[in-house]
Design a protein around this ligand. Structure first.
Ligand code: OGA
Ligand code: NI
Length: 341
């Protein structure tokens, strides 16, 4: 499969003329309360416009408590501060993707980062595997679960806003997410020093970026970033910085939202620069539908003039193939372009 975005990293970072053109910042308090209410209409419209223009926006008054955000940061930093040997007992595998990893391949290129992934409790329905929790006490797993659940609540409210924006009943997507979603949280650490052992660094290609450009696979992503910066979104020929805003969460749409909306909402291409001054941390929550969900363009965005642009996609299959793309030995990453009609 040819990668249509091969040359994207050669594009410039936004110049002074483009810089005023920023990722929108949206107050979502009314959406969190009731996305279907008239009171939420302005925020819903702003979200719909941001999804069309950027595939990215920042939310304030999102309902995730500051106190929980602070505890989540403390625990995330504690996790990465463990000795490497401790983290390596949690190494993820092809069969069980939950745990620690420091050599991810996005577009088959190495990223300069280390990650820890965890999902819902119990056995997850795609891999039939369980979370690997580290042996660090003092509330790590408890805080992480709380953070995951708070993001799930926010994600459900945002999905309602997306539905209203597409002229669908607010709860149209609820059944695919509310009780058996396959979302997961990733703790990202982008260190200045390469996270691989010195002998491995020599064997592998240099890690030129923190995360190579990609779009997220699922419905939407809720991202908590620290104040360092380095996340960039591609729009109209420029890379735009997603400038850190204290207390805000960054939202972006994923591939499945692009398919559901029949290309009305874009799954934005984004990347993270490699750190060379100070370490950066970020915590995305990837909100994904239930394993059995069949994703296809929704009725309100399909018409005789605008036929469906994608064949139906079984989420569990797409997700498993995307994860396989992380492992060099199992081929290239699956993209929605392969389902395009
Ligand atoms: C990701 C991602 C952005 C960030 O993990 O998919 O795009 O700011 N992260 O860390
Ligand atoms: Ni991403």
């Amino acid at each position: 499969m040819q990668d249509l975005h091969d040359d994207l990293d050669k594009y410039p970072v936004a110049d002074s003329a483009e810089i005023a053109n920023q990722v929108p910042i949206i107050d979502v308090s009314a959406v969190v309360k009731d996305a279907a209410s008239q009171h939420a209409r302005d925020a819903v419209d702003a979200i719909a416009a941001a999804c069309q223009d950027w595939g990215f926006f920042q939310v304030i008054n999102h309902g995730v408590q500051e106190e929980l955000l602070n505890r989540t940061w403390v625990q995330a930093r504690r996790f990465f501060a463990q000795p490497a040997a401790g983290k390596k007992t949690l190494l993820r595998t092809r069969a069980n993707p939950w745990g620690y990893y420091n050599n991810e391949l996005t577009k088959n290129q190495r990223d300069k980062k280390e990650v820890f992934d965890f999902t819902t409790d119990g056995r997850d329905p795609i891999y039939d595997a369980e979370n690997r929790w580290p042996a660090i006490a003092n509330g790590f797993s408890q805080t992480m679960r709380e953070y995951r659940d708070a993001c799930t609540e926010l994600g459900l409210a945002l999905l309602e806003a997306f539905c209203v924006g597409l002229e669908l009943p607010a709860d149209s997507m609820r059944a695919d997410f509310a009780t058996n979603h396959t979302g997961f949280v990733r703790l990202n650490h982008y260190p200045v020093d390469d996270p691989l052992d010195a002998q491995d660094v020599k064997k592998l290609p240099a890690a030129g970026l923190g995360v190579h450009h990609h779009s997220d696979a699922g419905a939407l992503t809720v991202l908590l970033q620290d104040d360092v910066g380095g996340l960039q979104v591609f729009k109209d020929g420029f890379w735009h910085n997603v400038v850190p805003l204290a207390g805000a969460l960054v939202i972006n749409t994923g591939d499945m939202m692009q398919v559901w909306s029949n290309d009305t909402y874009q799954a934005a291409v984004h990347r993270v620069l490699a750190m060379n001054q100070v370490d950066r941390y970020s915590i995305p929550f990837f909100f994904n539908p239930s394993a059995a969900t069949i994703v296809k363009p929704l009725p309100s965005v399909v018409s005789a003039e605008r036929p469906p642009r994608y064949a139906p996609i079984q989420w569990s299959e797409f997700r498993a193939k995307r994860t396989d793309g992380d492992y060099a030995d199992y081929g290239t990453e699956v993209q929605i372009a392969q389902y395009r009609l």
